[in-house]
Design a protein around this ligand. Structure first.
Ligand code: ADP
Ligand code: NI
Length: 215
């Protein structure tokens, strides 16, 4: 259960995040963040004492994403931001900041061993990259970066570093092979695994039909 003070702080952060992500058009808009927040709460055991920490991490997880708003010093940039937002997190501030740094698939080169609260946020974030929403976000992201919709002459190689994952010229459908179809095995929570099975089937079905139709 969240205290009234915790609810107030979350509401303030919600408003700030809305302002920050309202104009974001690569698939990380405010409603991506909101889905991750809501899903994090649904994946955690009810009355989990780390719920508040997990929700703070969920709200903040894309603030200094290396694709959107890269930072050379994430901890100090967060501290400045929380001060500017007039938000007092006390002892939790450092745990929020380190939790955020554990989130992100990053081509498979992200942090694998996550702390307890961050593991639920990670599941929620990865689930939002799967299923119908994940498919739509993939093509939306590729369009936002001026990439091809599908060029049959483009060959695909699995990226071998975060740099090549970010820069490689590939078709959006290849993103299924390098990431989306692998995510099911990255999910750690019990409820997350059940949801991942459903969303994985949606991915597979779409993938097979897409390959068939562009043949
Ligand atoms: P990542 O940690 O892989 O960067 P994000 O969750 O930050 O993933 O990416 C945002 C959305 O854009 C996700 O749905 C993700 O799968 C998608 N995306 C990321 N990189 C690519 C890419 N190179 N091509 C197409 N979609 C991508
Ligand atoms: Ni995200």
């Amino acid at each position: 259960m969240l205290s009234n003070k915790q609810k107030d702080i979350l509401k303030t952060i919600d408003n700030k995040i809305f302002d920050m992500f309202d104009k974001e058009h690569t698939g990380h808009d405010y409603y991506h963040i909101k889905r991750v927040v809501d899903l994090t709460a649904r994946l955690m055991p009810s009355n989990d004492p780390e719920l508040y920490l997990a929700l703070l991490i969920a709200y903040c997880h894309d603030v200094f994403d290396d694709k959107l708003n890269p930072s050379d010093d994430i901890p100090s940039d967060f501290k400045v931001l929380f001060k500017r937002w007039n938000i007092e997190l006390g002892d939790l501030e450092d745990r929020v900041i380190s939790g955020v740094q554990e989130i992100g698939y990053k081509g498979g080169f992200g942090v694998k061993d996550k702390s307890y609260a961050a593991s639920f946020v990670s599941d929620a974030d990865l689930l939002d990259a799967m299923g119908a929403v994940g498919i739509a976000r993939t093509f939306y992201y590729a369009g936002s970066k001026g990439q091809h919709f599908h060029d049959p002459n483009l060959t695909f190689e699995m990226p071998d570093s975060l740099e090549s994952y970010r820069q490689l010229n590939r078709n959006p459908i290849d993103h299924f092979n390098e990431k989306l179809l692998l995510l099911k095995d990255w999910i750690v929570s019990d409820k997350g695994k059940i949801e991942a099975e459903k969303r994985h089937k949606v991915l597979l079905d779409f993938y097979d039909n897409f390959i068939d139709e562009v043949k």
